[in-house]
Design a protein around this ligand. Sequence first.
Ligand SMILES: NC(=O)C1=CN([C@@H]2O[C@H](COP(=O)(O)OP(=O)(O)OC[C@H]3O[C@@H](n4cnc5c(N)ncnc54)[C@H](OP(=O)(O)O)[C@@H]3O)[C@@H](O)[C@H]2O)C=CC1
Length: 401
Amino acid sequence: MLAPNHRATIDATLPVVAANATAITGRFYERMLGAHPELRNLFNQGNQASGEQKQALAGAVYAYAQHCDTPAAIEPLLNRIAHKHASLGISADMYTIVGRHLMAAIGEILGDAVTAEIAEAWDTVYWRFAGELIAREAVLYQDAGITPASFLREYEVVERVAEGDVAVSLRLAPTDDAPPPAFKPGQYVSVQVELPEISLRQLRQYSLSDAADGKTLRITVKREVGDDARPNGLVSTHLARHAETGSRWLVSNPFGDLALDTGATTPVVMVSAGVGVTPLHAMRRHLARHQPQRRGVFVHVAAHGGRHILKRELDAATQIDDLIVYDAARSEDRLGSDHHHAGRFALAEHAATIVRPDADYYLCGPLPFMTAQRDALLGQGVAAKRVHFEVFGPDLLTATL
Ligand SMILES: NC(=O)C1=CN([C@@H]2O[C@H](COP(=O)(O)OP(=O)(O)OC[C@H]3O[C@@H](n4cnc5c(N)ncnc54)[C@H](OP(=O)(O)O)[C@@H]3O)[C@@H](O)[C@H]2O)C=CC1
């Protein structure tokens, strides 16, 4: 619990900090990356350009300040960030750098309004936030048998398969003789690429798109095409161009807290759109291989067959019912075999197929898609604790709390 005087100061200043949050975190990034240019490698340059990174940090610190005395509310946010940090090799000493520049940025933006008492209360909140993450990240590193200094391992692309017009699947084998780490279906790895065009190294998370086979890990990468708000995906474009069979890449241990409960026997309902299919496909493959009697539903929405990622692996030898939806089907897409429904997907129209007693629901896709499906499931009487989803990319406050 925060001390009563700190709680009172935080509650009194939350509105002004919220009103200035993106200015504060914008200044924070300028200061910190100016003083430590090497840290630019750690931040997604696309998210920096679009401003989402600022929003993410502001959202996380604000949410923590508001809810830190209610562990059940804040736990999912802390776990999600800790897993992502472990996949990036974040070390405890980085929190000192972040804390120093964040407090200085608050002082610069809010000026004389920041009394010694206010500075002390926010410093306390920051260090509690940092301490919670440092502790969780230490456990994740220890469980994985790695340290932040050794979080990447070299893998070779042993198979490359095009997924329709938009994505490529890369099967990766460690170049040392040891097997790859175990993982849970739904987890992701970070892949590091060198980008000489911006003189940076970048790490990006990709969900593992196949169940564990003890020899390889597989990722599926969609080429992210930019628009006015954000540039082309630097890393996905780079991988699409250069990740040929035989090429070698540095890859993190698998992390991520959105994972199938492989010990349960209850039905599993997987609902994805676009490249959001990847973690749910790994779940489906796990069920087919290791729990073939477990029942479930696999719903996937794609624009049409050319955009249907991992389509070739929809085998029928499971207790999983498929519902494939193309919302802009082409003339060559066959209704009944390639897809089962044409037109915009609305979960309520398929409730009889999708909603099952005792099921756990896993959602993955664009944020508006997940929000719509979550609302629809709650509208069908499904309990919120049964609906699992994560926001990939900067954690947006509205999506996590
Ligand atoms: N582990 C994880 O958490 C992962 C998350 N992702 C996330 O998944 C997302 C996938 O994006 P992308 O492949 O570009 O998806 P798209 O934007 O291409 O969407 C896929 C399909 O879903 C449809 N759709 C989108 N929103 C809705 C909605 N509200 N209701 C019904 N249909 C909808 C789209 O139709 P229309 O275009 O008409 O809207 C489109 O046909 C990304 O945001 C990515 O970050 C991806 C991989 C892993």
